[in-house]
Design a protein around this ligand. Sequence first.
Ligand SMILES: C[S@@+](CC[C@H](N)C(=O)[O-])C[C@H]1O[C@@H](n2cnc3c(N)ncnc32)[C@H](O)[C@@H]1O
Length: 237
Amino acid sequence: MDVSQRWFYNEFQQSGVDFEDTARVEAYDHNQRSSSEEAERELVERLGISAGHIVIDLGAGTGTFAIQASKVGARVHAVDVSPTMLAYAQKKVHAMNAQNIQFHHAGFLSYEHQGEPADFIVTKAAFHHLPDFWKTVALLRMASMLKTGGILYLRDVVFSFNPSEYHSCIDAWIARMAKPSGEGFTASDYEMHIREEYSTFSWILEGMITRAGLEIVQAHYPAPESAEYFCRKSKNL
Ligand SMILES: C[S@@+](CC[C@H](N)C(=O)[O-])C[C@H]1O[C@@H](n2cnc3c(N)ncnc32)[C@H](O)[C@@H]1O
């Protein structure tokens, strides 16, 4: 991929939340409860990740999932555009004595996977940092990194409500989720998400996934603003 093209998207420039801000990064594990150690251990189990599997975590953040995947013996590539996140995750890996994790300062549009294709690609709460056109480019790239039969697990803020109800649905989401400062993500965090980040509708994202050559084997919508997808690369693309 020729990222030197003048029209190429700069994924290293933070959109919305600034994950190069140390205070933000240090508060992240406390705020993001869906990425707790226990939740990530459960996800490793649900995916069936085990010893020897090659796993790429795109937008790896503070590394909690990467650490849990490495604990079952997987070889993990933890990829993130934020040097602050990577440094924080590396410290955590060191403190927990986790093995077999390689860190990469790169992103969906720039990570070049070397060696054997991946059994699993996992991306959680990160895909919304790309505008839709670039999400499609990223999905094509992820499909090319997977082995045939390999799985992409994608979880994010994704909207499955009726588009004409966007106003009340977004207000209701923020009212339901927002926490007081110091106790989790605040109303202004959610407002910034909508204003400056690129969460999209489920029907758009699902169209992109299938056009990238991946089959959606399971889709869950735990809430009208959240979705998870298990996608398989069924044939060599
Ligand atoms: C909300 S955090 C999610 C972290 C982790 N995946 C989790 O589930 O807790 C989003 C992460 O995506 C990273 N990110 C933003 N844009 C990215 C891109 N284009 N490629 C890879 N990572 C990106 C941010 O630096 C941040 O660490």
